[in-house]
Write a protein that binds this ligand. Structure first.
Ligand SMILES: [Zn+2]
Length: 217
């Protein structure tokens, strides 16, 4: 099987898995993978029950799409991350419940738990709100995710990028779980945040042991 065929099949599997886990409801999300100088991305209005590898859209990072099927309306959100960060290989964008709830409070996810450092810093930043599907959202998201694996999008959802499909899935699941845990802690009181030194120590551990725990599809 060619690279492109494998990636298309992998993206379909990823989209279905996110739906099965309740993290992607009614096509309110999209997934993509870097491919050559461009990317492969789920089509607009993607239906997890019926999507096939042939429906995955190949397009340039400048927005030029091949074929008749239209890409996700959020294609530029993905393209802007690939343009900015050459390590980004697979992107998941979802409106999963807890990450979105946190994003609707317009709050970043601080280092209330050491797992937050897995995303590359002392917090998971939040991009300010702007209209979905616009170049402006792509710019704001790229700024918020710079140097990190994830960011929240205010009043919208979240985005993560990983080294491959299993890694991106794992990061999306972890960000959703951490968002849930932070909301639970906030509801019960005022969570203690890690100190700078504690964050640095956790980051150093991730530097040594990072990416051992991928989710198998
Ligand atoms: Zn969205």
């Amino acid at each position: 099987m060619s690279d492109s065929k494998l990636l298309r099949a992998g993206l379909v599997k990823l989209y279905k898995e996110l739906t099965k886990r309740g993290m992607l409801v009614g096509s309110s999300g999209n997934v993509s993978a870097r491919h050559g100088a461009g990317m492969l991305i789920t089509p607009t209005g993607c239906d997890a029950d019926t999507v096939t590898p042939a429906q995955i859209v190949a397009m340039g990072l400048d927005g030029r799409a091949c074929g008749k099927i239209k890409p996700s309306s959020e294609w530029d959100l993905h393209a802007s991350v690939y343009r900015q960060d050459e390590t980004a290989q697979v992107i998941v964008h979802t409106h999963s419940d807890h990450a979105t709830a946190l994003a609707c409070l317009n709050r970043a996810l601080p280092a209330f738990h050491y797992n937050v450092c897995e995303f590359g810093g002392e917090d998971v930043r939040i991009a300010p709100y702007t209209t979905f599907g616009t170049p402006q959202l792509a710019v704001l998201a790229a700024e918020a995710i710079a140097g990190r694996r994830a960011c929240l999008l205010a009043n919208h959802g979240m985005i993560v990028h990983g080294d491959d499909i299993a890694h991106a899935l794992s990061l999306a699941i972890r960000l959703e779980a951490l968002s849930r845990q932070y909301l639970l802690a906030l509801a019960a009181g005022a969570p203690r945040l890690l100190t700078r030194a504690e964050v640095d120590a956790a980051m150093a551990r991730y530097g040594t042991y990072g990416q051992q725990t991928e989710t198998t599809l």
